[in-house]
Ligand binder design. Structure first.
Ligand SMILES: [Zn+2]
Length: 361
């Protein structure tokens, strides 16, 4: 995310703060100053935000370390004014792993609260611990302490894709197929989002943060639901099921002008480059157009083709083709059948089959 600043690194994971997050202490300081006409209240408010920031960071860090334990790449944690997000490559489909990754964050807050309870009881005193607020410094620390159980409980609500929603899916996915489990979890996510939205709007004064959280939950639940549907649908097919019957290949000495003619007169936009029966390159539509601008129409395929690209086997699952295209950020992939080029599958072929299957349901 561009609008964020890296503040430090922990266990090789960079902790970044969204620029909007910097506005939060200023906003809190200013509004407390006006409300109490005493800058010390403002300072206590800022301390509270810093302490909560630490609790949220460690919460996200626990998710991240657990995810990394299962081989998921996590490079950064971004803190937004409404909470933290660990940027994970993907959440494992395996229910046990998703459960452990999701529970790790809330478990941190619960453990911290249990560990700190007795020491704070003696240091802050009983009255202060049970009367959190901004009236004194000990009460401010008590406030930060109680944020932990609240964070844990809030995150454990089954509002998918919040932690509790993931825990719910991992339980459901043990009993039914993953796509169905996700559909139910997404339903929970949407219901809670609407509920949070109403709660936020109806409270006096309106709780804008809760409304924004509701909005994010709704969108994130829909997006994740759609991704799983796509993977589920593609998972039922093999590459050969969608492979177009005819395809055009070019050689490394074909001029771009000829390739351009192919893209205009056929439905194919991405071409395997084959020399003497051997696959040597790939030329995508985007490559053709950018090369024409740079080198002109007389350039040869060998000057502009990709030499480093993935391939997929004819009898391999279609989902593998989709994953490779996503990883390599290309819109087409060459299909091989026993080392020989069998054709090209494009992103359009995948979306066509996806649309066809979702209309059937
Ligand atoms: Zn969490």
């Amino acid at each position: 995310m561009k609008a964020s600043v890296k503040i430090f690194e922990l266990f090789g994971i960079s902790i970044r703060v969204h620029i909007l997050f910097f506005l939060l202490p200023l906003f809190v300081f200013y509004s407390l100053l006006i409300q109490f006409n005493d800058y010390v209240y403002g300072l206590r408010g800022v301390l509270l935000i810093l302490l909560v920031f630490c609790c949220v960071t460690f919460h996200e860090l626990c998710h991240s370390l657990q995810a990394r334990h299962f081989g998921v790449k996590v490079d950064q944690i971004i803190l937004l004014p409404i909470g933290g997000v660990a940027a994970m490559q993907s959440i494992p489909d395996e229910p046990g792993e998703e459960f452990k990754i999701s529970i790790a964050g809330p478990l941190f807050n619960i453990t911290l609260a249990l560990v700190l309870f007795l020491p704070l009881y003696f240091i802050l005193g009983r009255e202060n611990l049970f009367d959190p607020g901004l009236e004194s410094w000990p009460q401010t620390f008590a406030y930060a302490f109680w944020i932990n159980p609240i964070l844990a409980i809030f995150n454990l609500l089954p509002a998918f894709p919040m932690d509790g929603g993931r825990v719910l899916r991992s339980f459901l996915a043990r009993k039914m197929d993953y796509a169905k489990a996700t559909r139910i979890a997404v339903g929970f996510g949407h219901t809670f989002a609407v509920l949070f939205g109403f709660l936020g709007l109806l409270s006096t004064p309106p709780n804008i943060i809760l409304v924004i959280i509701a909005f994010f939950i709704f969108i994130a639940a829909s997006q994740e639901g759609m991704q799983v549907e796509l993977r589920f649908t593609l998972g039922k097919f093999l590459v050969k099921d969608v492979l177009p019957e005819q395809f055009i290949s070019v050689t490394s000495l074909t001029p771009l002008s000829e390739v351009l003619a192919f893209t205009l007169h056929s439905h194919q936009e991405d071409f395997p480059v084959v020399d003497k029966g051997k696959l040597v390159g790939l030329l995508t539509r985007a490559d053709v157009f950018s090369a024409m601008h740079r080198f002109g129409i007389q350039a040869l395929v060998q000057d502009v083709m990709r030499r480093d690209f993935p391939t997929v086997g004819l009898n391999e699952p279609l989902i593998k083709a989709q994953r490779l295209m996503e990883q390599w950020q290309i819109k087409a992939i060459v299909v091989l059948n026993q080392q020989k080029v069998a054709g090209v599958v494009s992103l359009e072929d995948l979306s066509r089959i996806y649309l066809l299957m979702s209309n059937k349901r």
